[in-house]
Design a protein. Sequence first.
Length: 130
Amino acid sequence: MNSQQLATAPALGQRTTAAVYRGFGPPEVVMLESTRKPTPKAGQVLIKVHASTVSAADHRARSRNIPSGLGLLAALGIGLFRPSRKILGMDVVGVVESVGSEVTAFAPGDHVIAMLGGAFGGHAEYVCAA
């Protein structure tokens, strides 16, 4: 880790806030919770999220309102009995806070748009993205 990465890396145990859901259902199942601030792995950047979308995919994942014929496939991605990813949000806009090793195209302070896809995680103050 270089000195710029070290200076902007989150301290172990730092907390942040995210919109979390632990069960499928209506919008009311989503609650703000304190979560561990993520740390970027090799090839990832940590983004301080300024805005995120709420998409049809977020609605379908949260409510399990899946088109017929896709139930089994969807269960593999979003979870069978409870959500496999507790934070929704497929797209974010924000600023790079820190970078993992092997990242050369971005630096702290860069403004970015990220598509997280099925990994979700954008409905939080911070998210890691490749």
